[in-house]
Write a protein that binds this ligand. Structure first.
Ligand SMILES: [Zn+2]
Length: 131
């Protein structure tokens, strides 16, 4: 059985800081943090991604994607994910990646900025094994 991720979608207070529910660490201090690259993932953070790409992928996520046959290339601060199959060199979008991942009791905090930027930010969290 695949563990589907739970979603917490914020469209009204999308700009509020994002803390980890497991340890309380402030992961995204402000909206500007993404531009300034002052994001601060904790050990429970699975990924930080937005409409333009991936900012952070934890080792746990990278391992799981590799096991599923995806290749991961890290290009500067932006993480690119490429299919090994069925087609090469096509990047895996965030929604598809979330569908692929299998972490029990995980939570995705989604911040939907909406018009005019149309940007969304997704931060995934999961407990460590044994917690
Ligand atoms: Zn944490």
């Amino acid at each position: 059985m695949k563990n589907k991720m739970q979603f917490h979608t914020r469209s009204a207070f999308y700009h509020l800081p994002i803390c980890c529910g497991f340890c309380g660490q402030l992961v995204i201090p402000s909206e500007e943090a993404l531009e300034e690259s002052t994001i601060n993932p904790c050990q429970h953070t699975l990924f930080i991604a937005h409409s333009e790409g991936y900012e952070f992928l934890s080792d746990r996520v990278q391992e799981q994607l590799k096991q599923k046959g995806y290749g991961i290339e890290i290009d500067g601060s932006l993480v690119m994910i490429c299919y090994y199959k069925p087609r090469e060199e096509e990047s895996l979008d965030i929604d598809d990646m979330i569908t692929e991942l299998d972490f029990p009791d995980s939570l995705v905090v989604e911040s939907v900025v909406g018009a005019p930027s149309g940007m969304s930010l997704l931060v995934g969290f999961a407990p460590l094994s044994g917690e």
